[in-house]
Design a protein around this ligand. Structure first.
Ligand code: GDG
Length: 495
């Protein structure tokens, strides 16, 4: 754990704030994610600074809202300003059009534009220089996610010695996919400059090591004290799986609150004689939404007993609306919803209810509570926090989680969620039916175990285990065991 005299610096693409323009002035509110909540006490205690892009260009009038935020929250924010060209090349370009699709296995969607790579390097270097300028060698720097994979290397090039660690929130693919990247050697080499590399699953760690072995012939690794010790030539680092989680208690409390129960009751009344299936996703091609809709169509077509008795509420949270690919996906989803509703709607029953907006946290929890079944079918996902939030909220323990085996969360939930291959619409349809008919005693047993596991392995546990690995070089959850897929197959067979 960091000592009192060691400052704690976090770097991520965005600062953990929501900026609002009120009476011609910017105001900064803290972001609502579990990561921010979990890190805040540590940041306060260790004179923390969070480094990132504030979310708007032209930062001079941000000084005072950022200072107000620091005095209210007890830690500082250090903005890294980005020009429109930086944003286009580094963020929309390299992060969104190269790394996001590649690392989720969609290499055919990548735009390997050399100019994007130039900007990515320049912005990563800027983050490194800013971090160097505001830190000293006793400080601990924790870099988050794929936007900033070159930062430790930038710090080293600037002759800085820092304890600089990294956590990767999205999947890491194997060499068959990763090696398509024109800058594979540079990125892998830069990652080796971090002293600890955290991934979501053992599968991600194994893929990363296989990529190293493919690119650097002198790669050696051994598993010790829950971590992989990796040596490539003269460089050494450690890597391990640290499945991220949620603030269980805050979700469980909100779920039991009056604010939420009224909306939940309304939703339940609306679907009084039916079971509700819930899908909540940011609009993204990795989330498997068309596949989910096709599975529902198949279920309604082949299992007439479900018609009139089961409805899907699909919440789509707007995202990257300016990108044509995302507009096309939205149109495709809306087209499918229209077709399925047109095909099956009967007086008094509509198969799919569709919301295209983001929900308040209270609304979100009401939807979790009103749903008898959650249907989360990403084609590949780092973790999928919605799966964990859904379990945390459902204190009645009378509901079912259907989860893609390609969500990182499946590595922890495979025994009690019903796992599906989202590409196999027939299987997903069968599993929907199985969930619909699952007896309440089986629901309760499964959900109880799921909730207990999410409660025990919450975001604070994740933080502690990561920091133990960073400071003591060992992990209590580490395992060299690789894949859960074979088990998953057995666990999710439809009856
Ligand atoms: C990355 C990785 C990994 C969603 N809609 C609303 C809303 N949400 C919140 C959920 C949940 C989060 O957004 C989405 O969960 P993800 O797991 O997809 O998290 P991301 O940060 O988007 O993604 C992912 C994660 O990092 C953590 O490492 O799991 O694989 O891609 O918390 O509650 N919140 C509100 N309204 C909504 O409409 N308030």
């Amino acid at each position: 754990m960091p000592q009192k005299n060691e400052r704690f610096l976090v770097a991520s693409n965005r600062l953990p704030i929501v900026l609002e323009r009120i009476n011609e002035k910017w105001e900064a509110r803290p972001g609502s994610g579990g990561l921010v909540t979990a890190l805040t006490p540590l940041m306060k205690q260790n004179h923390g600074t969070w480094v990132g892009w504030p979310g708007v260009t032209g930062e001079e009038d941000l000084k005072s809202p950022l200072q107000d935020f620091a005095s209210e929250q007890g830690y500082s924010l250090h903005p890294v300003s980005l020009s429109d060209e930086d944003l286009q090349g580094y963020y929309y370009g390299f992060a969104n059009e190269v790394l996001w699709p590649l690392l989720h296995g969609f290499h055919t969607k990548c735009n390997f534009e050399p100019g994007y790579w130039e900007r990515y390097q320049a912005v990563n270097d800027r983050f490194a220089q800013e971090l160097l300028a505001i830190s000293s060698k006793n400080d601990f720097i924790w870099v988050h996610d794929y936007h900033l994979m070159l930062v430790a290397s930038g710090i080293k090039i600037g002759f800085g010695q820092r304890n600089c660690c990294y956590f990767h929130h999205i999947p890491f693919p194997g060499p068959d996919i990763f090696l398509k990247l024109p800058w594979r050697r540079e990125i892998l080499s830069a990652l080796l400059d971090f002293s600890l590399l955290g991934f979501q699953t053992n599968e991600d760690v194994a893929n990363f090591i296989r990529c190293l072995e493919a690119v650097f012939s002198d790669t050696k690794q051994r598993f010790s004290q829950g971590l992989h010790e990796i040596r490539c030539g003269s460089r050494t680092t450690r890597a391990g799986a640290f499945p991220i989680s949620i603030d269980f208690d805050s979700f469980a409390h909100l779920a039991a609150s009056n604010e939420v129960s009224q909306t939940t009751a309304k939703l339940k009344r609306l679907h009084a004689d039916q079971q509700v299936i819930l899908g909540i996703d940011r609009l993204d091609y990795t989330k498997g939404i068309p596949e989910r809709l096709e599975a529902l169509r198949y279920a309604l077509l082949h299992f007439p007993d479900l018609r009139g008795n089961l409805s899907l509420i699909q919440v789509l949270v707007p995202s990257r609306q300016e990108v044509p690919e995302y507009q096309n996906l939205k149109e495709r989803i809306q087209g499918l919803i229209g077709e399925i509703n047109g095909q099956f709607t009967e007086p008094g029953w509509i198969p799919i209810h569709y919301l295209y907006r983001s929900l308040s946290r209270e609304e979100l929890v009401s939807f979790y509570l009103a749903a008898d079944i959650a249907l989360l079918t990403p084609l590949w996902d780092g973790m999928n926090l919605v799966a964990k939030e859904y379990c945390a909220c459902n204190y009645h323990e009378d509901n079912v989680l259907i989860l893609s085996e390609f969500a990182g969360a499946a590595s922890q939930m495979y025994q009690d969620a019903l796992l599906v291959n989202p590409h196999n619409v027939v299987n997903v349809a069968q599993v929907i039916r199985r969930a619909y008919y699952m007896h309440k005693s089986e629901r309760a047993e499964r959900m109880k175990r799921l909730r207990e596991s999410v409660r025990k392995n919450d975001i604070y546990f994740w933080l502690r285990t990561y920091l133990e690995a960073a400071f003591e070089g060992k992990s209590r959850i580490g395992s060299s065991r690789r894949s859960y897929f074979y088990l998953a197959e057995r666990c999710s067979e439809a009856s």
